[in-house]
Design a protein around this ligand. Structure first.
Ligand SMILES: [Fe+2]
Length: 150
């Protein structure tokens, strides 16, 4: 059984975002497995993946919120920045040789669960509305949604 099981209550109904959130859950489970091996290199590699994925996920969400004209975007961005700083501090401690990966794993789980079901849930209707209007449009012959992945 996985350390963290994805719950249907986490779903926003925006598939790109839901898939990115699922990938974060997957990474946390990978971190749990890596910790069990007591192999520091493996733990370091999963931590790198978590940081990369979190950074790109936050940027993706912020772009969607911006396109949607979501009014709480600035406070949402601050929440992202604050949590990215927390992860960076954990990573720095890990790199200095401290055994913090287990703590980080638990903190990400708590933070992400709250963030998805509260902060992200707040923007979902606004973003969905924007997507339903724009997804059918073509910009220079390309699907608007594809322009997000350039
Ligand atoms: Fe978010």
């Amino acid at each position: 059984m996985a350390y963290w099981e994805w719950q249907s209550s986490y779903e926003l109904g925006i598939s790109a975002i839901d898939n990115q959130h699922k990938k974060l859950v997957y990474y946390i489970n990978e971190l749990c497995s890596a910790l069990a091996t007591k192999n520091r290199k493996q733990v370091a590699s999963v931590l790198e993946g978590i940081i990369e994925h979190t950074t790109s996920h936050f940027a993706f969400e912020e772009q969607l919120m911006s396109e949607a004209g979501y009014e709480m975007i600035e406070s949402h961005k601050k929440t992202h920045a604050a949590f990215a700083a927390v992860i960076d501090r954990y990573k720095a401690s890990f790199d200095e040789g401290y055994d913090v990966a287990g703590q980080l794993m638990a903190e990400i789980q708590i933070w992400l669960t709250y963030h998805i079901t509260n902060d992200d849930s707040d923007y979902k209707e606004c973003v969905k509305k924007m997507l339903s209007c724009k997804v059918a449009q073509n910009i220079n012959g390309k699907s608007w949604f594809k322009t997000l992945f350039r």
